[in-house]
Design a binder for this molecule. Structure first.
Ligand SMILES: Nc1ncnc2c1ncn2[C@@H]1O[C@H](COP(=O)(O)OP(=O)(O)O)[C@@H](O)[C@H]1O
Ligand SMILES: Cc1ncc(COP(=O)(O)OP(=O)(O)O)c(N)n1
Length: 267
């Protein structure tokens, strides 16, 4: 039987922990067929981002059309989009596609490296967020996009309301950068779903945001309602963080294959 079709529009992380690589691994682990539109290439490892190069707009547009016009998609996920021009192009492409879209408005990596030009923020607010089914900003991205600074779980409500003003159907505000339990808030302005997991004492958390957003897209491609898809995605990312492993000299990746069983030697 054909697996659900999920497309990621994102940048490459050469270290394999975040970006396109995290997205495709998540899609495989969750039983879907992952496809990719590359927007940028980063030279990246456990210590940070050493370089980043955007792809031309025509190359992004051509990849997207190749996938959607022949194969089709049941959900789209966006990640690093780098520039205002790429943000606007991707927003236009998603707006013309009949599939739910999970928008991770990637701004800065865990190490503080900018993955989106400051000049692109307005395009994210006015072009990309309005076409999102679910927007999944972390707290730094909420602050950049809305000016709301979250310091406690209760501030997540204010953050979500500010994000919803820009037009996504649902906001999933990730409280991963707070202290205490890892609490996220999903809301469409009328329903509220609080997602709570114990804070795991593992420094190898590279790629958490990409992994969560991709897992949500997988659930949507399977036909799950948004709250169900987000709940399953939260369980998947929590397991992946728990199994995160050391790599290089810095922050290692989450383990996307944690739920698959690891004995590849017998294959
Ligand atoms: N140490 C941790 N323990 C458990 N869950 C975490 C931890 N750090 C992040 N999370 C969860 O991982 C997901 C991604 O959040 P976050 O790390 O804030 O995203 P980003 O990678 O975009 O900064 C959220 O569900 C968040 O609650
Ligand atoms: C190419 C690329 N895209 C996105 C990110 C950010 O990924 P995220 O899941 O938010 O993880 P951290 O960088 O915060 O660990 C990235 N680093 N590279």
């Amino acid at each position: 039987m054909r697996p659900p079709l999920v497309l990621t529009v994102a940048g490459s992380d050469s270290g394999g922990g975040a970006g396109i690589q995290a997205d495709l691994k998540t899609m495989l682990a969750l039983g879907t067929h992952g496809m990719s539109v590359l927007t940028a290439v980063t030279a990246q490892n456990s210590l940070g981002v050493q370089g980043a190069w955007e792809l031309p707009v025509d190359a992004v547009r051509a990849q997207y059309r190749s996938v959607v016009d022949d194969i089709g998609v049941q959900a789209v996920k966006t990640g690093m989009l780098s520039s205002a021009e790429l943000v606007e192009t991707v927003a236009e492409l998603i707006g013309g596609t009949d599939a739910p879209a999970v928008v991770d408005p990637v701004g800065v990596s865990k190490h503080g490296d900018a993955l989106l030009a400051a000049s692109a923020l307005d395009s994210v607010r006015t072009k990309l967020l309005p076409v999102a089914t679910v927007a999944t900003p972390n707290l730094d991205e909420v602050a950049q996009l809305t000016g709301v600074h979250v310091e406690s779980d209760t501030d997540l409500r204010r953050a979500a309301a500010a994000v919803l003003e820009y037009g996504p159907r649902w906001a999933l505000i990730k409280g991963g950068h707070l202290h205490g339990d890892a609490v996220d808030l999903l809301t469409d302005g009328s329903q509220e779903h609080w997602l709570r997991a114990p804070r795991l004492d593992n420094r190898h958390t590279h790629g958490t945001g990409c992994t969560l957003a991709s897992a949500v897209a997988c659930g949507l491609a399977k036909g799950q309602p948004v709250p169900e898809a987000v709940k399953a995605a939260k369980a998947y990312v929590t397991g992946a963080i728990e199994a995160g492993f050391a790599l290089g000299g810095g922050i290692g990746p989450v383990d996307h294959g944690w739920a698959l069983g690891r004995d590849a030697s017998s294959v």
